[in-house]
Design a protein around this ligand. Sequence first.
Ligand SMILES: O=C[C@H](O)[C@H](O)COP(=O)(O)O
Ligand SMILES: C=C(OP(=O)(O)O)C(=O)O
Length: 367
Amino acid sequence: MNASQTATHPAQTDVVNETTDCASLPSCAELQAQYPLSPLLKHQIQQQRQTIHRILNGDDPRLLVVIGPCSIHDMASSLAYARRLTALTSQVSDVMYPVMRVYIEKPRTALGWKGFVTNPRLSGQDNLALGLTLSRRLMSEVAQLGLPIATEALNPLVADYFKDLVSWYAIGARTTESQTHREMASDLPGTIGFKNGTDGGFEVAMNAMRAAAQPHTILGQSADGRLQQKVTRGNANTHLVLRGGHKGPNYDANSIQAATDRLSHAGLPVQLMVDCSHANCGKVAERQSEVLQAVLQQRINGAPVLGVMLESFIEAGRQPLQDPSLLTFGQSVTDPCLSWSETEQALISAAKKLRASINCESSCCYG
Ligand SMILES: O=C[C@H](O)[C@H](O)COP(=O)(O)O
Ligand SMILES: C=C(OP(=O)(O)O)C(=O)O
C-alpha cells in the first residue's frame, strides 16, 4: 500500500494507533559495505566540501550553482543528466562550481509521492529497502563522475545512509523551523543552506543557523542501527537560501538588502544563495533564467550572493506521476524544470557575464 496516498480514519473508539506493517531495513553499515567509497572518492568528496566551504568564506570567487532535477525518480535519467552536467561543468568551471541536486526525498505540502527513497518504483508499493539501496548506488555513481552532490536532508535516519556522499545540504522551507532538523543539521558534514519559510520570512532560517552552529544532545543511530544518545559537534558552515514565499519572490534588490542587513545585525555569515525556482519563479520553470540574470547582476553590483539554485532536467516542465512505462524520459514528476538546452544556455550565458565582470574589474584596476 502506498501510505502517502491512503488516508485511514481510525474508528472513534480506536485509541491505540498501532503500526500495521513493519519490514526490517539494512543498516547504514550494511549499505555502505554494499556500495563502499574508494579512498580516491573519499578524498574527492572531502575536496568538494572544502571547495564549497571556501566559496562560503569568500576564499574561492566562483559562483556555487546547486542544479538538477526537482526529484530523482529513476536511475537512468538521473545518470544521463549527471553525464551532461559533468560535460557542461568543464565549460564553466573557471567561474562557477556546479553541484548536482540528487534529491531522493520530497517534502509535501500535504500529500503526494514522497520520493525515490520511499517509493523507488513509482508504484502503489512503498519500498524503503530498495529506495535506500538504489539511492546509495545512484549517489556513488554520480560521485564517480566527479560531480559534487547536493540533497535535501529531510528524515534524519535517512540522512545517515548518505552522509559520506553529500557535499551540500538544504534544509527545506517546510522544515527549517523544526528543532529536529536543526539538531540534525548540527550533525551533518559539509555546508548547509537553510531555506526561508514558505511564508517568505527569513527569521526562521536565521534562528536555524544559530541553532545548527551549536552542539546538541540528540537521539540518533549507530552505523549498525542501534539507537544512541549522541552529542553533535555543531555546524556553523551554513547560509540562508532565499526561495520566495506565499507573498511572492524575494530575489529583488530590496529583499536581498533586507536579508543582508538582518544577517549582519544577527552576527551570522553575510552570504546567501538565491533559489531561482519555487516561489521565486512562481513555479514557471523557464522564469528561472530571468531570475538568474537578475541575481547575477546584483552579485556583480556587490550583493553577497554566494550561489544560486536551479531546477533542471533533460526535458522541460513536469509530467503527472503515472504508470512508469508511460513516463517521458528525463522529465520531472514533481516541480517543473528547465530543459537541458535551457540549462546549457542559462549556465553558459551566466558564465560569460561573470567573466566579463571579472575582466572589467581587472581592467579598471590595472588598465
Ligand atoms: O520542490 C518540490 C515541491 O515544491 C515540494 O516538494 C512541495 O511539493 P507539493 O506542494 O507539490 O507537495
Ligand atoms: C522542496 C524544495 O524546496 P523548498 O523547501 O524551498 O520548497 C526543493 O528544493 O526541492
